[in-house]
Design a protein around this ligand. Sequence first.
Ligand SMILES: Cc1ncc(COP(=O)(O)O)c(C=O)c1O
Length: 338
Amino acid sequence: MLEHGGNMQQACMDYNRPLETWLDLSTGISPYIYPIPAMSPALWHRLPIENDALLDTARRYYQQEHVLAVAGSQAAIQALPHLRPHSRVWVLTPAYAEHAHAWRNHGHAVTERDRLPEINELQNVDVLVVCNPNNPTGRLCSPTQLHAWRQALAPGGWLIVDEAFMDATPENSISAQASEPGLIVLRSLGKFFGLAGARVGMVLAAPGLLDQLREWLGPWTLSGPARQIATVAMADTDWQDVQRRRLQQDINRLNTILQAANITTTGSTALFSYWQDPRAADLHTHLARHGIWTRLFARPSAIRLGLPTPAGWAMLQQALQAWTTMRQASAVDETDAQ
Ligand SMILES: Cc1ncc(COP(=O)(O)O)c(C=O)c1O
């Protein structure tokens, strides 16, 4: 099992602190959850109806005719490696670690690449996986860049673009082009809509590939209630507009608070900020002692913070203030000792 954000049981055990007292900033899930609609008990009683309004709503939301609903984009990440013969796979890293893990687990030859590929390097690559914007670094690749990479892959190659964090900036998405040959776009309702527990994701790709994936996954991949919530959420453009605005305000506020603590973030999306820092583990421990759980990365040494709940800002600000004071005191001690 790979390590993920949101591992609160671990935090509770390591710091002997009850769950309800934590501020969890270890994920990129929106602190504002899409309001769950009232649902008919029949949704729990009968098997999911697969020709409901979900896919048409998704087609409008993603501006793409060819869509397949999956139980979280994670389900597609795990299934896609089964649909290819042995392949040479490049994953741009650091990234959501499940991609490299899934391809490797299925016996493919995986290279984790920490530099952007040159066009002439891709002729011997069968599958290129790019998280866009990237989790955790926030790096954003342009549609032009992505299309150039796709065209440079070995014949029959796939470019998988994981747009799990794209909903706040749909203008950067390539979902409308996703049915072009060799392009596969993954989307998630877990982050922007704050519905990670509903387990809803979408795959956008050419119809032949979606058929293969549908066959592999089998029927009823989404529960009836999950289909209903996802349909309402994707159709609710008013809520989405409000959500985009408040997430942007919040991420600006987070970056301002971090700057005041002498922290310069190196990458952000609307849902998290990230920076590399040799002292990342010290800050992670400091914040945990103040009841704030963050996502620590070992290689490279880095930390990622999601957005606080409205009640959590003061807690974060106080903990960062204490961090600044501590750092200043240790800088004075070091000067005195010289
Ligand atoms: C980049 C990225 N892709 C995909 C996923 C999986 O999301 P889900 O299965 O909830 O749609 C995650 C989860 O953290 C992620 O960070």
